[in-house]
Design a protein around this ligand. Structure first.
Ligand code: SF4
Length: 545
């Protein structure tokens, strides 16, 4: 048995998290559970806590860091600290960050997991009780799929991407719940609960540098299982996204396992639960077909099973009483029908839902492998907001093959977003990721350096600020998280049903409560001021405040 410390370095960039401070992801909790299931002693530490108290490294033999490609600076710092304290300890890496081989080579690690970890972990832990033996075995037996090992020569033994876990395996292990309490203000954070693994979009971009789409249409019309492979090896999915390659087609997690996890999270005081999925509406669609779910738009959503899942979750006492809230992460526009919007509105009224619009140019959407058109997205937004959800729209700029007219098409839709009920627009800059069709493209210039993109950027900021003004005088429930470092007279709180950070002027005694506040001012497109009206509930927490 090894003593393993899992450090969550996701979204820490060079060592500091600047946004989404209230997010607790699934990955690190899942790894804790998997390692525990093989008899190891495992604990979890958010990156900041590990950095501020490095002596905890003394209690462990293995450091396991979960990170994204953009977090290499933070990872390097964590490893430096670990190596100083724990010279003989092992460094294990996991998460999407390990997919970038160049960056991986620059890190001082021992073992890295590339892709999904369930099957790879089972392969190594059933053979080697001591993780150190994995390092010794590579020379004799070669490297296993899903693993990369840094050899003493400095070279990388690379087994490639790990196999996708089956639906049964995905449902078997419940991500660890107890270690959620290691995160500061976990009671006010959005805790992600996985409901679907993988993505059903196996369409491909039609334009990719260095290769040619044969227009064989296999990825769009052939039998589902044949869509996994493209004769010209173009990776599946939207050109900027690696989910279909790394996580495979959409598989739904067992409903009982989801409900059990949500109940356990609520028991420790979690109030904001996000049902995590590349597309929530893929939930149960895989049960309607034979083989792999590789069609993003057909069959239509499995209404019965979605109804049952949301019904089961919203009848949990705390959720029914409004002391905890569930929301969903993303939906694909082509799957949103009136019936779907009605069911979502029935259970999730007043919560946020994210919709990937990306661009309002259909030509560009087809080029990049999107399954929905701009009018699909606008119709989905209208339906969801008509039935009481609060749509947030994703846009992206700097995509390969994007031209000025594409940006103009998106600009022309900004006012429509407002009239259709979009509450917030999130504008991303395209970033090439490993294992995607667009991995070889360079990162585009920031929007502000290009006149037409700068106009889009400015309109999005203006849009979001305007929507925040609509919040003025609204009365909402918030969870009080912590002191506001920049001005200790204020506390940070988060709307229970999601929205901008609300600063309230109140005593720290209110931390750990659900409070009712009136929005009285807008400080920026991310921050508003609230006035405390009364405290609705003091939460029973497992962390000393
Ligand atoms: S991306 Fe591949 S599978 Fe799809 S149409 Fe082009 S060549 Fe055929």
């Amino acid at each position: 048995m090894s003593r393993i410390l899992v450090v969550d370095a996701n979204a820490r960039g060079r060592g500091k998290r600047f946004s989404t401070l209230d997010v607790i992801g699934v990955g690190p909790r899942l790894v804790v559970s998997l390692l525990k299931s093989y008899g190891h002693y495992v604990d979890l530490s958010p990156y900041e806590i590990f950095i501020s108290n490095p002596s905890i490294a003394r209690d462990f033999e293995v450091l396991a860091i979960s990170y994204m490609v953009s977090d290499v600076g933070a990872v390097r710092r964590a490893i430096d600290i670990w190596r100083k304290i724990n010279k003989d300890g092992i460094v294990m890496l996991g998460g999407p960050g390990t997919l970038d081989t160049n960056l991986l080579m620059r890190l001082d690690f021992d073992i890295a997991f590339r892709g999904e970890s369930e099957v790879t972990l089972s392969n190594i832990l059933s053979r080697y009780k001591d993780l150190r033996n994995v390092l010794y075995s590579v020379k004799e037996h070669g490297i296993l799929p899903g693993l990369a090992v840094k050899m003493s020569s400095g070279k990388l033994a690379d087994g490639g991407i790990g196999p996708w876990a089956s639906r049964e395996v995905v449902s078997k292990v419940i991500p660890d719940v107890d270690t959620v309490t290691r995160y500061p203000f976990y009671w006010a954070s959005r805790v992600y609960v996985e409901v679907v693994r993988g993505c059903s979009n196996f369409y491909r971009p039609t334009l990719v540098a260095g290769t040619t789409c044969l227009n064989c249409n296999m990825c769009r019309t052939s039998p589902l299982n044949l869509r996994i492979k493209c004769p010209n090896n173009i990776p599946p999915g939207c050109g900027y996204c690696s989910v279909p390659v790394i996580h495979g087609p959409a598989r739904s997690r067992d409903m009982d396992s989801i409900v059990k996890e949500v109940k356990a999270l609520i028991k420790i005081g979690v109030t904001r639960i996000v049902l995590s999925a590349p597309d929530f509406l893929d939930y149960g669609r895989d049960l309607l077909i034979e083989g792999f779910l590789t069609d993003p738009c057909n069959p239509k959503p499995n209404i019965d099973i979605i109804d049952k899942l949301l019904g089961n979750l919203t009848s949990i006492t705390e959720i029914a009483d409004g002391d905890a809230v569930i929301s969903i992460e993303n939906v694909k526009p082509c799957l949103v029908t009136e019936e779907v919007a009605k069911i979502l509105g029935n259970y999730l009224r007043g919560t946020v839902v994210y919709i990937g619009v990306e661009s309002c140019s259909d030509k560009l959407l087809t080029h990049i492998g999107r399954p929905s058109t701009c009018s699909d997205a606008l119709r989905a937004i209208e339906l969801l907001s008509r039935y009481g959800l609060r749509p947030y729209a994703y846009l992206m700029h700097g995509l390969p093959f994007e031209c000025e007219d594409d940006i103009k098409a998106t600009l022309s839709c900004i006012d429509r977003f407002k009239s259709l009920g979009v509450e917030k627009v999130v504008l991303y800059r395209f970033t090439p990721l490993p294992y995607t069709a667009f991995s070889s493209y360079s990162r585009p210039e920031p929007a502000v350096l290009n006149p037409i993109k700068a106009e889009l950027y400015r309109r999005v900021i203006e849009f979001n600020r305007g929507q925040k003004n609509n919040l003025l005088n609204k009365i909402i429930d918030v969870v009080v998280a912590c002191r506001y470092n920049r001005d200790p007279h204020y506390l940070i709180s988060y709307p229970v049903k999601h929205g901008p950070v609300v600063l309230i002027r109140a005593s720290p005694n209110f931390i750990g409560t659900i409070a009712v506040v009136r929005i009285v001012g807008v400080r920026s497109d991310r921050l508003v001021y609230g006035e405390l009206i009364y405290v609705k509930k003091r939460l029973k927490l497992r962390q000393y405040i």
